[in-house]
Design a protein around this ligand. Structure first.
Ligand code: ADP
Length: 534
């Protein structure tokens, strides 16, 4: 790929644009037929100025010299330059450059024909350009009878209006065809059917039955409507430019009457406007849908950030415990090392525990970062026993200090679960710490937190049971709402985050108050089925 800033490449591209422009212009100009209806030659199918209109709309007004040169070049190649050529060149340049620049609007951007407003602006500017060219033509034949001058100017205007409507959108927007990943071009079966339908009907209308008059023109609305509704403005622009060739060819073949040329042009104009509006509407809707989707994604991201914010607040809360524990272990280790008879063995054990806690901190931060970035969980098959062991190890210091016993039972034979281990350990730590804190504040005999697990239908259920004071009736029904707490230093986020984490795992979390006191928190996690298949 070339860099867009490479000036040589850019100039090369522009030179190719201008060369193509001049070539197309000369071909269109030379291919146009000449009728001689009113004593002054009329070229009713001359799409050459429409090409200049499209190119100025595409490249911008600073390319106006090409618009000026094109008609002179065409005259040089054809009948020779005359004073009429100069008038024509100036009128075309003024009309096309002025109108196409207006179409580009204040921002000076290539017009987006995929907007309904732009379609209307295009109709207006096309009419202005055509009117100016028509007026110049009328001025050239001012010595004719007045009504002839008006009629001739009107016909020239109509001819150029139709040509601009049909041809300019394609010239202004045509880009390289879409390519598939392998470098092949994207050709759809539907597209082939559309082209075939368009060709067959154009042949019916302009070829087979055509003589000097045109019948069945309305049939052409069918394939055009099909193309516009399915392909938006891009397809419509191509179909219109292709359709424009049909009357040019059939006029050459059959020599249509002047009156039928005018009728044909009016019908073609209606067809073009209908197609352009329909195409713009379809493109606009497709873009609105895409925008809606993007907004949804943004919203999801925002919601994740919101959860992220909650998690960040909770982070302070969650990190406090392992960091305090790590500090305590390290201080104890330091004391042992500095003692007159250092107990290095024990200091090493304490340091290892401290490292454990700090690793935990890193894991929490890491997990949070992943979650915020992608909203994704790192799911993997995990043994419930491993998760419970990790969690209990992390809370053991705090539990010991409060005189609370932690127990894990019934872990053997429990099938593995699909889980993001860090997150579920986080949930377990929350539940066990809550239980230990509830017990610490109460005068319970033999304060104990019991963790157990069992297989249930398609899942594993984990229970955290304590023999503490039970739930405060004030918060019982709002337990999982954020910022609900009965603790002085509590944030009330632990349970709400735990619930979000379990929901993200397709699991559930709920609390029960058994009749004999205490609280049971239960949660479920899906089975790691893949493990069985492997
Ligand atoms: P925090 O721990 O910051 O208060 P949580 O969302 O983890 O936030 O808990 C919310 C509230 O739920 C606690 O303040 C407490 O009142 C209650 N709670 C949670 N677990 C227990 C439990 N095992 N026994 C009694 N109350 C509990």
């Amino acid at each position: 790929m070339s860099k867009p800033t490479d000036p040589y490449r850019q100039w090369g591209r522009h030179a190719a644009h201008v060369a193509g422009w001049l070539l197309l212009y000369v071909i269109a100009d030379r291919a146009a037929l000449t009728h001689v209806p009113t004593g002054a030659a009329l070229a009713p199918w001359n799409a050459a100025p429409a090409i200049s209109f499209g190119m100025i709309a595409r490249l911008g007004p600073r390319w106006f010299p090409a618009a000026l040169i094109a008609p002179i070049l065409a005259a040089l190649i054809g009948d020779g330059v005359s004073s009429e050529t100069a008038v024509r060149a100036v009128a075309e340049t003024l009309g096309c450059v002025g109108a196409a620049t207006a179409l580009r609007g204040g921002a000076g951007e290539r017009p987006d024909f995929g907007r309904v407003r732009m379609a209307f602006r295009f109709f207006g500017t096309a009419l202005a350009a055509a009117a100016l060219i028509g007026a110049a033509r009328a001025a050239m034949v001012a010595d004719l009878e007045p009504w002839r001058v008006v009629s001739l100017g009107g016909q020239v205007m109509l001819a150029h209006l139709i040509a601009i409507l049909a041809v300019a959108p394609l010239v202004a927007t045509l880009g390289p065809p879409r390519r598939l990943a392998g470098g092949r071009f994207a050709i759809s079966v539907e597209g082939l059917f559309q082209v075939t339908a368009l060709m067959v009907l154009a042949w019916e209308v302009f070829g087979r039955f055509a003589n000097q008059e045109i019948h069945f023109f309305y049939l052409l609305f069918l394939p055009l409507a099909w193309i516009a509704t399915r392909n938006g403005q891009r397809g419509t622009a191509m179909a219109l430019a292709a359709l424009y060739l049909a009357p040019v060819w059939s006029d050459r073949q059959f020599g249509h009457l002047d009156q039928s040329v005018i009728e044909l042009q009016i019908r073609l104009g209606v067809l073009a406007m209908t197609g352009l509006l329909l195409g713009a509407m379809v493109s606009e809707r497709a873009e609105a849908e895409a925008r809606g989707l993007a907004r949804q994604t943004e919203l999801a991201h925002f919601q994740r950030l919101n959860v992220g914010w909650e998690m960040a607040s909770a982070l302070a809360h969650e990190l406090n415990q392992p960091l305090t524990a790590a500090m305590n272990y390290t201080q104890a280790a330091l004391r042992l090392i500095r003692a007159p008879a250092p107990d290095l063995e024990r200091a090493a054990t304490l340091t290892a525990r401290s490292v454990d806690q700090i690793e935990r901190v890193a894991q929490i931060i890491h997990g949070l970062r992943d979650f915020m970035r992608k909203g994704e969980l790192r799911l993997a098959p995990n043994e419930v026993r491993d998760i419970v062991d990790d969690a209990l190890r992390l809370v053991s210091a705090e539990a010991n200090a409060a005189g609370v016993t932690l127990h894990a039972v019934g872990m053997a034979g429990v099938p593995p679960v699909m889980a993001d281990k860090t997150q579920i350990v986080q949930v377990m730590v929350n539940l066990v710490r809550n239980a230990a804190q509830a017990l610490a504040g109460a005068k319970t005999d033999n304060p104990t937190v019991l963790v157990s697990a069992r297989a249930v239908e398609g899942a594993v259920e984990v229970m955290v049971t304590d023999n503490g004071p039970g739930l405060d009736p004030q918060v019982e029904t709002r337990l999982f709402d954020p910022f609900v707490t009965t603790k002085e230093a509590g944030m009330g986020l632990g349970l709400s985050i735990s619930k979000s984490i379990l929901q993200a795992h397709d699991g559930r979390l709920w609390a029960e108050s058994p009749p004999h006191g205490g609280v049971v928190f239960r949660f479920t996690l899906p089975l790691a089925r893949d493990l069985d298949d492997a």
